[in-house]
Design a protein around this ligand. Structure first.
Ligand code: SF4
Ligand code: SF4
Length: 332
C-alpha cells in the first residue's frame, strides 16, 4: 500500500498547448531507435548548446518555472545563486598522485565529511552528454543527496516538491564545497547540480551509486530512489568504481508498484530501445505534462519499495539469495 501522505490528483490537466510541441519528447529522446546518437535537450534547459527558445518543449518548461509555488521558487533561486561558486581557480601546484585509489578514498572521505550521502567515481564520457556539449574533464565524482523521507512523501504536492528543491540546493552547496577541495589540491574541478546539461544517471550507475529502476531513476541500496544527484567533474587522477548489482533487475521484473501508481500511466512494464540501448524508459509525453502540473511529481520514486528507509540492504540480500537458490536448483 502506498505510504504517500495524500492521494495524487488524477491525470487531467488545467492547461493545454495552443500549438503542441512540433515533435514528441519520445521521438527527441530516441525511443525505438537501435542506433546510438547523443541526446538532445528536451526540458529544463540552461541555455547552453541548443538554447532555451529553440526547444520544442520550451513552452512547457517555461510554464513549469512560472507556476512553481513560492517556496520552491525560493529554493531554486538560492540554488541558482549558489551555482556562481561551482567553478573557481586552482590553488597551488597539482599534488602528485601516485596512487589513484588512495586519492579516491581521500576525496570520498572529504565528501562524507561535507555531509554527502553517496559518492562514487566514473569515467567522464562525452557520449553521455547532450549533442554539441562536451566538458574538458576525465572523471565524474558522482554524488547522491538523500531527501527527508517524511517531507518527500508529500509528493506530488507543494510540500514534497519543496523538499526536492531544497535537496538540490543543499546538494549544489555540497558539490561546490567538494569541487573547491579538489581545486585546493591543485587540480581543476567544477561542480554540477540541478538544471545543468549533464546526463547524470548513466554516470551515477557507472560510479556504483545504484541501478536503473523501471521508473527510469537510480535505485541505491542505502536510500532507494529517495535521493538527488549532483557531481563534480575533474582531472584529478582517481580510481574508478564499478557498477553494482543489488538485485534491482530481479525485483523490477515482477514488481508493478510504480507502473500502477503513476497517475498518467507513463511507466512501461517492458524495456525499450532508446538510442542504441534496451532499457527501462518513462514515456516523456505522458510524464512531463503531469510532472509540470504537479511541480515535479516524483510519485514513482517514493512508492518504490527500495525507498522505504532501512529496507534496501535486506531486500538486496533476499533478492540475491533467491537468485543463487534458483541457479543451484537449475543446476541440480
Ligand atoms: S514522475 Fe512521471 S513517471 Fe514518475 S509517477 Fe510522476 S508522472 Fe509517473
Ligand atoms: S516500484 Fe517496483 S518496478 Fe518500480 S522501480 Fe521500484 S522496484 Fe522497480
Amino acid at each position: 500500500m502506498s505510504k504517500l501522505k495524500r492521494t495524487p490528483p488524477p491525470a487531467d490537466y488545467p492547461f493545454a498547448y495552443k500549438v503542441p510541441p512540433r515533435r514528441s519528447g519520445n521521438e527527441i529522446n530516441g525511443r525505438g531507435r537501435r542506433d546510438f546518437f547523443q541526446p538532445e535537450q528536451v526540458f529544463h534547459n540552461t541555455g547552453r548548446g541548443t538554447g532555451r527558445h529553440e526547444l520544442d518543449w520550451a513552452a512547457m518548461d517555461m510554464f513549469f518555472n512560472l507556476t512553481n509555488p513560492w517556496a520552491m521558487f525560493w529554493e531554486n533561486l538560492k540554488a541558482v545563486w549558489e551555482r556562481r561558486k561551482a567553478a573557481g581557480p586552482v590553488t597551488g601546484e597539482p599534488i602528485a598522485v601516485d596512487d589513484p585509489k588512495a586519492m579516491a578514498d581521500r576525496v570520498k572521505a572529504k565528501a562524507r565529511e561535507i555531509g554527502i550521502d553517496l559518492v562514487g567515481v566514473a569515467e567522464y564520457r562525452d557520449e553521455d552528454q547532450l549533442a554539441g556539449i562536451t566538458f574538458p574533464y576525465k572523471y565524474a565524482i558522482c554524488l547522491g543527496h538523500a531527501m527527508d523521507r517524511e517531507e518527500a512523501l508529500y509528493v506530488p504536492y507543494k510540500r514534497g516538491a519543496t523538499e526536492v528543491m531544497r535537496t538540490y540546493r543543499v546538494g549544489n552547496e555540497m558539490a561546490n564545497k567538494l569541487a573547491k577541495y579538489v581545486r585546493s589540491l591543485g587540480w581543476q574541478a567544477e561542480a554540477y547540480g540541478i538544471g545543468e546539461d549533464l546526463m547524470q544517471i548513466p554516470q551515477a550507475i557507472r560510479a556504483g551509486l545504484g541501478q536503473l529502476g523501471k521508473h527510469g531513476s537510480v535505485i541505491s541500496m542505502e536510500h532507494g530512489s529517495n535521493f538527488r544527484l549532483t557531481c563534480v567533474l575533474t582531472d584529478l587522477p582517481l580510481a574508478l568504481d564499478e557498477p553494482v548489482d543489488i538485485g534491482v533487475e530481479d525485483l523490477c521484473a515482477t514488481c508493478r508498484r510504480c507502473t500502477t501508481d503513476c497517475p498518467p500511466a507513463a511507466i512501461s512494464d517492458s524495456k525499450q530501445w532508446v538510442r542504441g540501448v534496451e532499457k527501462w524508459y518513462v514515456d516523456f509525453d505522458k510524464c512531463i505534462p503531469y510532472f509540470t502540473h504537479t511541480h515535479g511529481c516524483g510519485v514513482c520514486l517514493e512508492v518504490c519499495p527500495w525507498s522505504e528507509p532501512g529496507r534496501g540492504r535486506l531486500l538486496s540480500q533476499k533478492l540475491l539469495a533467491k537468485r543463487t537458490d534458483a541457479r543451484v536448483a537449475a543446476a541440480e
